[in-house]
Write a protein that binds this ligand. Sequence first.
Ligand SMILES: Cc1cc2nc3c(=O)[nH]c(=O)nc-3n(C[C@H](O)[C@H](O)[C@H](O)COP(=O)(O)OP(=O)(O)OC[C@H]3O[C@@H](n4cnc5c(N)ncnc54)[C@H](O)[C@@H]3O)c2cc1C
Length: 309
Amino acid sequence: MLRAPLLAAARSPRARAVVQQLPPTRALVERFVAGEGLDDAVAVTDELVGAGRRITLDHLGEDTRDAAQAAETAAAYERLLGALKETGLAERAEVSVKLSAVGQFLGADGERVALDNARRICAAATDAGTTVTLDMEDHTTTDSTLGIARELRADFPWLGVVLQAYLHRTEADCADFAGPGSRVRLCKGAYQEPVSVAFQSKREVDLSYVRCLKQLMRGEGYPMVASHDPRMIRIAGQLAQWSNRKLDTFEYQMLYGIRPDEQQRLVDTGATMRIYLPYGGEWYGYFMRRLAERPANLAFFLRALATKN
Ligand SMILES: Cc1cc2nc3c(=O)[nH]c(=O)nc-3n(C[C@H](O)[C@H](O)[C@H](O)COP(=O)(O)OP(=O)(O)OC[C@H]3O[C@@H](n4cnc5c(N)ncnc54)[C@H](O)[C@@H]3O)c2cc1C
């Protein structure tokens, strides 16, 4: 019931100003975010890699309307990839990029700016010996993001894309993107979407997730199963077996701070388990989407708030 207002608040500058100043916010943010600086990101990556995880790092930020800020975000990714190369972590750690953070919304020229900035990041990833995955944002960006992904894949065929099972279109997109070597992260979807484009109930979204997973597991690409849902994880394992997939031909992915015991269980089975690890000062939108996803997170936040006052 609170999902819609929380997702609306995720886009509201006024709500941002209030939430960022609340005393218990920081403690809860630290459960989901590595820290604000590059050093924090590298230190947590090192620790998780030591515990058998793979990583995809997200330099937090989205919806930029400023060309200089978009260029600075691309530069931050270049510095991050340089640090992963230097520390020897690049073999096990890649990066995730939101195109809206590197210029996609900069008016008529936005797509070209985002493509150029994403190309810089992909070149730095090539130099470091790792990969990039393009995050997916709300449905108004899907065509643009997949179009940019197709262009980038001409030069960087390892580029990963994200598809969101809550969108009606996604089963067809999975079929399109299930070709040889295609890295596709399948998630349920984290934005507030209208009934005209997206399934609304958990049951419908889950059924769509399974149909999409079937496409990807039967295909010739590299499925990345991004979910904390025990049923989806169990079904993914079964579908992989039925498709005769070896453990190194797909992977599981979870968000940092969520279900660490289940992450470890999957590592212990010999599966590849990648953690989505955000860092940076722009944590507000990411944090609000996590509150919207799970009533327990919100309850924890409200309890902490009540205790402080
Ligand atoms: C690696 C990764 C990358 C992502 N990238 C994107 C993206 O680019 N675009 C996008 O729109 N969304 C993205 N998401 C978010 C995603 O779309 C969902 O909003 C989010 O993962 C919640 O969906 P779920 O599949 O975990 O299942 P849900 O339906 O939220 O949860 C189902 C069940 O999972 C278990 N569970 C969930 N959370 C917890 C918890 N905190 N503790 C214990 N159990 C829990 C519970 O049993 C719960 O009933 C990403 C998610 C991951 C994991």
